[in-house]
Ligand binder design. Structure first.
Ligand code: NAP
Length: 289
């Protein structure tokens, strides 16, 4: 569809943003649905957030995704924040509803759908979640009312302590926390049936890194790595090599995007197409095609 004065503008703001896959993913989805929408990536520095959000209103931008480093701070600039996003304390999707900016967080829903479509249920599972950044927060809050025991480990233990304490205060659920030490990992994993890596460790170009020693993995563990570039991280390769179930970050990426698509367009997202576009772009980036 040709761009015109009626085209609705969406985009993503963050820094860095140059390698974002979202423009390709969303533009393909808009085209497939014959929607007069377009999507661009915009580099917004840390100190430029307030002006960017004012600009969203002034320029009548219809929708924005928000990524590192703005997800938490942006909450304070919006007219309304959805209860789940408020609880998580971070927003990754904004809808401009007739000049009123509404914030949502679709990361947690994306993670749940990724797990479910892999044929795994969350109910009652003992989960070890590594990380306490933006994505880990969304996953921790969204998983907390479905899973059994939830243990959060983080390199800087004060952050996993803060997240666990906040979760317990807001949801009433007991959540355990530790620092990311080998003995703590060993203990937590020995009691767990699902492991989630929500850190950036293993992400391209540091593909030879893994958040833990592969000898800690077990065959009966579900291993979910939210890193999507590369799609098969070292952690997932090691999980697969011992016969454990490995779930990569592409499903979460596509489903969090699909939920944003629904918020902006009130239509179901063409998730299968979005996945194809992302997978193709990731193989192009890795030089495989
Ligand atoms: P973030 O807020 O910056 O958090 C980064 C997390 O990684 C923190 O817990 C940090 O620990 C940990 N970390 C970083 N380097 C580490 C290291 N060398 N050793 C141990 N821990 C380390 O980032 P985020 O937004 O949560 O994103 C995290 C990752 O998830 C990124 O790779 C991102 O691309 C991916 N992600 C994927 C999706 C998806 O849809 N699949 C969605 C969002 C994010 P400290 O607190 O100790 O620094």
């Amino acid at each position: 569809m040709d761009l015109s004065s009626r085209t609705k503008l969406c985009g993503v703001i963050g820094d860095p943003i140059e390698h974002s896959l979202s423009p390709k993913m969303f533009n393909a989805a808009f085209r497939a649905n014959d929607l007069d929408f377009t999507y661009v990536a915009m580099n917004v520095k840390k100190n430029g957030l307030a002006k960017a959000i004012e600009g969203m209103k002034a320029l009548n931008i219809h929708g924005l995704n928000v990524t590192i480093p703005h997800k938490v701070k942006v909450v304070g600039y919006l007219d309304r924040v959805d209860p789940d996003a408020k609880m998580i304390g971070a927003v990754n999707t904004i809808l401009n509803a007739n000049g009123k900016l509404e914030g949502f967080n679709t990361d947690g829903t994306g993670a749940v759908r990724a797990i479910e479509e892999s044929g795994t249920t969350l109910e009652g599972r003992n989960v070890v979640l590594i990380g306490s950044g933006g994505a880990a927060r969304a996953i921790a809050f969204t998983f907390s009312n479905r899973v059994g025991k939830l243990t959060i480990l983080n390199r800087h233990v004060h952050k996993s302590e803060k997240l666990a304490t906040e979760l317990t205060k807001k949801t009433g659920r007991k959540v355990y926390f530790e620092g990311l030490r080998k003995e703590a990992l060993e203990r937590a994993i020995s009691e767990a049936d699902m492991l989630v890596n929500a850190t950036s460790v293993g992400m391209s170009p540091n593909c030879d890194a893994s958040i833990l020693d592969g000898s800690l993995l077990r065959r009966d563990l579900v291993v979910f790595d939210i890193v999507y570039n590369p799609p098969e991280t070292k952690l997932l390769k090691e999980a697969t090599s011992i016969g454990a179930k490995a779930v990569n970050g592409i499903g979460m990426l596509v489903h969090q995007g699909g939920e944003a698509f629904r918020i902006w367009t009130s239509k179901e997202a063409p998730v299968r197409l979005m996945r194809e576009v992302v997978t193709e772009e990731l193989s192009r980036l890795s030089g495989k095609t």
